[in-house]
Design a protein around this ligand. Sequence first.
Ligand code: AMP
Length: 291
Amino acid sequence: MTATKLSAQLAVHSEPAELRAAIRTLRGTGRPVHLVPTMGALHAGHRELVRRARAGAPDAATVVSIFVNPLQFGPGEDLDRYPRPLDTDLDACAEEGVELVFTPGPETMYPAGASTTVHPGPLGAQLEGLVRPGHFAGVLTAVAKLFNIVAPDRAYFGEKDYQQLTLVRRMGRDLDLPVEVCAVPTAREPDGLALSSRNRYLSPTQRRAAAGLVAALRAGAAAGPRGAAAVLAAAAQTLAAQPELHLDYLELRDPELGVVPATGAARLLVAARLGTTRLIDNVPVALGVGE
Ligand code: AMP
């Protein structure tokens, strides 16, 4: 028996069969089910996802999953030190009106002998995938399992992890998954830094330098009317002013993360390391319009 009742609305399950039974009961009342997958350490960005999920349909029941997915961490990454403040997370879920929280353990998601994974295709080996081989196979495998366990009508993902959002959407299309994938804009600190569970690793000096990431993206976006080369030059120039930021990539792509067009909608993406902490961010860019 793993279900815990935290408040009148919120129940927590770590066993898929129990979660499924609870969802069956909800569905029996005709309500749609909206899923917000997370790795926990919930912040205002996650809360925004939950608010969108709740607002997405007036009678929706919102399910949050909290699972630090070992399959998406590479050797030497921060799996062991990844924050797991479960009690605070459950309080946040209760405050946001979440009805069900799914907290499976790794042995539940990947029992001994499990070996089938989802292959993300070529985009999975680019950008984040180039720096983190196997990352997106890990992400998509966990997300596919969550979709199958929860069977949500909609699932909410942040634009903060733009490549992840793009690949999850593509998986939904390519594998005919009956889930509507909904995107939520990035929630930011007052100075523009994208909220992330990893920001807590930053020293005060690194925290100041981290704001240079979004400054670079914004400088790039402002150069959009002058074309792709100007966007990349403006962003690179801003990044160069922050020597603590060690750049993994700065790339301009089309909104599906294919080759960037000469004009029209594009996406500018950046990843950089500050000490042992890796940060990613991205913004939309309108190319070659307005001049
Ligand atoms: P994570 O717990 O980091 O796996 O993130 C869970 C979900 O929250 C993902 O869909 C993320 O893209 C989303 N998310 C994380 N940070 C933010 C943010 N600052 N704004 C909006 N969504 C976010």
